[in-house]
Write a protein that binds this ligand. Structure first.
Ligand code: GRF
Length: 236
């Protein structure tokens, strides 16, 4: 018997390229989740319009119609429930939610953030990573809690920062990583292989996979890893 796919509602505010990546991933019949609706706090968000044109259930739940954070949270929560969501994905949802809303969806609401958390929470992450002189940067998918960009991390991807990067060029490289990371992380959550317990992410059935090493800037030839036994000979 095939397991029912989890019903996913996306919250967006803008372009919606991460939403598009999730929609694409969910086209695979074996993918464990399907996008059933899209809610935006920006009525004319590009991603909302694109989703509408593709036949998705879409709603605009905006500040103009609901004044105050709690009222907007409540209306958003209602829309998500009406769509029958099991899981909520924030994909460029540019507003802070209150703790009540976060708690209602604890362990079932996830967000993507363009930095290696807990570094660079908040806005302008690419410019701040460059300013800090980082040689690597990346993106994180995490469970949403009341603390902005502060919930337990589910998965991260890392990209090199290259010598000629500006914020724009770096953001494009990170965005490509986001589009690969988010479907992977949603899969882990939808299959119950990544769960939030006592404020931490716990995993089950996650293969170790190959452990790669990223060094940035790369040298022509990366040093070979010394085997542990030969290192032990130098230990006093
Ligand atoms: C992404 O960089 C995401 O990490 C951040 O906002 C951006 C949204 O892009 N939270 P898009 O709307 O998914 O194209």
């Amino acid at each position: 018997m095939t397991k029912a796919r989890k019903r996913v509602v996306a919250l967006i505010s803008g372009r919606g390229s991460n939403l598009a990546a999730l929609i694409e991933a969910a086209k695979e019949p074996a993918y464990p989740a399907e996008i059933v609706g899209v809610v935006s706090n920006v009525a004319d968000a590009q991603g909302l319009e694109a989703a509408r044109q593709q036949g998705f259930d879409t709603r605009a739940v905006t500040k103009a119609d609901h004044s105050g954070r709690e009222a907007l949270d409540a209306a958003t929560d209602e829309a998500i429930r009406e769509m029958g969501a099991d899981i909520v994905v924030m994909a460029g949802y540019m507003r802070l939610i209150g703790s009540g809303f976060a708690e209602k969806w604890a362990g079932r609401m996830i967000n993507i953030h363009p930095s290696i958390l807990p570094l660079f929470k908040g806005l302008d992450t690419h410019a701040r990573a460059l300013e800090a002189g980082m040689r690597v940067h990346g993106c994180s998918v995490h469970f949403v809690t009341a603390e902005m960009d502060g919930g337990p991390v589910i998965a991260q991807a890392v990209v090199p920062v290259l010598p000629d990067d500006d914020a724009e060029r770096l953001s494009r490289r990170v965005l490509r990583a986001e589009h690969r990371l988010y479907p992977h992380a949603l899969r882990l959550v939808a299959e119950g292989r990544a769960r939030m317990e006592a404020g931490r992410t716990v995993y089950s059935g996650v293969a170790e996979g190959e452990r790669d090493l990223l060094i940035s800037p790369a040298t022509e030839r990366l040093p070979e890893a010394a085997d542990l036994e030969s290192l032990a000979r130098f230990t006093p």
